[in-house]
Write a protein that binds this ligand. Structure first.
Ligand code: HPA
Length: 239
């Protein structure tokens, strides 16, 4: 296909598995490949955005970093879905807790994302905005995978923000609407999936909390990360 390699991904068609796990951090991508996949091969390293394909329990799975924010994940998701025949992208990231129902170290699955991003405007549907929703199929599989290892996931609305150091957002209003957590990538990922007729899901662990001020230690982040990865990998290979 003439579209590959792309300006941002040097891989050839067929180098990626059907399902790509996406942490934000390129070093996390390497860590996942080295610690969770077998026979992992580097398939992309443009701008240090490391992508690997290997196997988990005998099935092909890829992992590639997204970078931070919606413009970054939007580029990678668009190219993977539209030019590399990738069917599923599962974001594995961290989020800040917004409601007190959600505690640090909890696993959150974004059933849908609210956003302050104007991402949907590009699709030309005017006042009718494409919603940012997760794949029902991936969500069902992820919930089952979590329960299998004794984790009760928080499933619901998350806030995908364009701004980390945010002087404007009224978090109380979002809390009143039941928005559980804040992160910076899911809305663009979900809309790109809808646009391409593909599937996406965001699984996050709560690394800090905007109400309680709690933060996780590096060791806790590593442990919760391992739990989240097991859920994501089992979701990736579930039939
Ligand atoms: N805001 C946005 N993204 C995040 C946060 C946060 O507080 N914590 C982890 N990812």
């Amino acid at each position: 296909m003439a579209n590959v390699p792309t300006p941002h991904i040097s891989a050839q068609l067929g180098d990626f598995a059907e399902t790509v796990l996406m942490p934000g951090d390129p070093l996390r991508s390497k860590f996942i490949a080295e610690n969770f996949l077998e026979d992992a091969v580097l398939v992309n390293n443009v701008r240090g955005v490391q992508g690997y394909t290997g196997t988990y329990k005998g099935k092909r799975v890829s992992v590639m970093a997204s970078g931070m924010g919606m413009p970054a994940i939007g580029i990678y998701a668009h190219e993977l879905f539209n030019f590399y025949d990738v069917k599923n992208i599962i974001r594995v990231g961290t989020a800040g807790g917004l409601t007190t129902d959600v505690k640090v170290r909890d696993v959150v699955m974004g059933q849908a994302a609210v956003t302050n991003s104007n991402w949907a405007a590009q699709y030309g549907t005017g006042d009718v905005k494409i919603p940012a929703i997760a794949s029902f199929d991936l969500l069902k599989k992820a919930e089952a995978a979590a329960k299998e290892i004794g984790v009760e996931p928080n499933i619901g609305l998350i806030f995908s923000s364009d701004v980390f150091y945010d002087g404007n957002t009224d978090y109380d209003k979002l809390r009143d609407l039941g928005v559980m957590a804040t992160e910076m990538e899911s809305a663009a990922l979900y809309m790109e999936a809808t646009r391409a007729g593909k599937n996406a899901l965001c699984i996050c662990t709560i690394s800090d909390h905007l109400v309680t001020g709690e933060v996780t230690t590096p060791e806790e982040r590593q442990n919760t990360f391992t739990t989240m990865m097991k859920i994501a990998l089992e979701t990736a290979i579930a039939e």
